[in-house]
Design a binder for this molecule. Structure first.
Ligand code: UTP
Length: 478
């Protein structure tokens, strides 16, 4: 038995040594049997064949791929309001179709929640962050309540797929269990894990988190394509007859899930993966840019959009490259299936990070400066692979509040303010008076639960349930 084990480890050692990573076994002889089994499993999960290429092309140096600026064209989009009679008819038909698809259970919610949320600095899965302005509901609770309200409206049960990572999976499952799945049908909530990728030192050697484990991180939101298939989520979707995924990121509580117009336009145009966009606030806003490259919708990172292109303007003064990516998509399940049957993987990107690890003596190192590379893939890299891809540009104030940081720009603070602003606009559009300060901001805290209203029109039939809002007061509508 023992001989068998040592033969196995010799094979692993040779494989590691062939790709310059045999230091992963430096402490092997000092590990207990359980730790050895764990480490051997982690090594088995590494894509050893690919590691030398990653080290050469991504880790030791930043990739040298030239950016093809001259080939970028602005991507076309649908506006949130139709511009012509033909568009008006198309939008009306799309909304009708979108509603039919939702009611028929063909649309599922899909949130990616496997990130590490380091910028927010919150202990635990980001989805458990309390965000709502009056009741302090968590992100997960807001989404769950929205899914419940949509299901009720369409007399259906909308399934919800949640991607976690090995770093937060158990904690996420515990949160859902201890909240009784927020009143959702447990069978319709599927929580599954994405994969991980090893972290590297600048010298190309994989870092060890401790003597028995490799330093790893989730493989990016692009990892969802593979994880959906590997985890069985895709098969589950097929069983349920789900054909479209309404994809969003866990840190955006304003997201409009199951948007009939968006779903309907995607389906009418026969798109495989579609996106919502916002009009950029300024030429160099730090969002990905929707461009056409070789005729395909492609997201170009802000750092890769040449200043001359970023600043270019149309005759009417608007930015030529004006569509910013906000990570809200509709993805057809047959597209995900197709990607997975072709042995495909999305390109990897490098991020220079501070990565805690142990040194060659086994002593823990907490780096004060970036010391290594994390690799990840991005979901938007699937866009140019889609046969067809449409973009709907929407009103940022209505649908996009990214909660990335604890304070300042894109923070919990700014998200709460946007939630109050949106509630104030919805109430005013229904004829309710909202006290405002001299600078125009609402002089009150407001929160509208999804069960009360999913859109402004829902408020108009509930005016008798809305109390007068006092200056400095707070109102929860639920
Ligand atoms: P971010 O790029 O904001 O990363 O993820 P993050 O990990 O949440 O936060 P920082 O950068 O450490 O502060 C955008 C969305 O993609 C998900 C996140 O959970 C979030 O919903 N994501 C990111 C994954 O699901 N997996 C990943 O590997 C990375």
């Amino acid at each position: 038995m023992q001989g068998n084990q040592s033969a196995k480890i010799d094979v692993i050692r040779r494989q590691l040594s062939a790709c310059g990573q045999d230091h992963l076994l430096s402490f092997w002889d000092r590990l207990g049997p359980g730790e050895q089994a764990g480490l051997a499993e982690q090594i088995r999960e590494l894509d050893l064949d690919k590691i030398p290429t990653w080290v050469e092309t991504l880790v030791r140096h930043a990739p040298q791929t030239p950016v093809r600026h001259e080939e970028f064209r602005p991507a076309p989009s649908y506006g949130i309001v139709p511009r012509t009679d033909a568009e008006r008819r198309k939008y009306a038909d799309a909304v009708k179709l979108g509603k039919e698809l939702i009611a028929a259970g063909k649309v599922a919610a899909f949130v990616v929640a496997g990130g590490q949320g380091t910028r927010l600095g919150f202990d635990g899965p980001k989805g458990n962050y309390p965000i709502s302005p009056v009741r302090n509901k968590t992100l997960f609770q807001i989404f769950a309540e929205t899914i419940k309200a949509v299901s009720r409206r369409y007399r259906t049960t909308c399934p919800w797929y949640i991607m976690t990572s090995p770093m937060n999976h158990e904690a996420t499952v515990r949160i859902f269990e201890s909240n009784d799945f927020y009143g959702l049908d447990r069978d319709c909530v599927l929580i599954f894990q994405q994969g991980t990728l090893p972290n590297f030192g600048f010298d190309g050697r994989i870092l060890m988190a401790d003597k028995a484990s490799i330093a790893r991180s989730p493989d990016g939101h692009g990892g969802s394509i593979r994880a959906l298939a590997r985890s069985g989520a895709l098969a589950d979707m097929k069983n349920r007859g789900v054909e479209y995924l309404s994809y969003w990121q866990v840190d955006n509580p304003l997201v409009k899930l199951f948007d009939p117009l968006f779903v309907g336009l995607h389906a009418t145009d026969g798109a495989q993966m579609s996106s919502k966009a916002v009009i950029k606030n300024d030429p160099k806003e730090k969002v990905g840019n929707f461009c056409l490259v070789d005729g395909k919708v492609t997201v170009i990172e802000y750092s890769d959009l040449d200043d001359s292109l970023a600043e270019r303007r149309n005759p009417d003064g608007s930015l030529t490259f004006r569509l910013g990516s906000i990570a809200i998509h509709i993805i057809s399940t047959d597209f995900i299936e197709k990607l997975n049957t072709e042995g495909f993987s999305l390109p990897l990107h490098r991020a220079v990070k501070k990565i805690p690890h142990i040194d060659s003596q086994g002593n823990p190192v907490e780096p004060a400066q970036p010391n290594g590379i994390k690799l990840e893939s991005f979901i938007f890299d699937a866009l140019p692979i889609a046969n067809r891809s449409i973009i709907l540009d929407i009103d940022r104030a209505e649908e996009f509040a990214p909660t990335k940081n604890a304070t300042g720009v894109d923070s919990a603070e700014s998200t709460r303010a946007m939630m109050v602003d949106r509630a104030a606009r919805w109430l005013e559009s229904a004829g309710v008076t909202v006290p405002r300060r001299p600078d125009g901001s609402p002089d009150c805290l407001l929160e509208i639960a999804p069960s009360f209203a999913l859109e402004p029109e829902d408020l108009k039939v509930k005016l008798d349930q809305i109390p007068a809002i006092q200056p400095g007061g707070q109102v929860y509508l639920g």
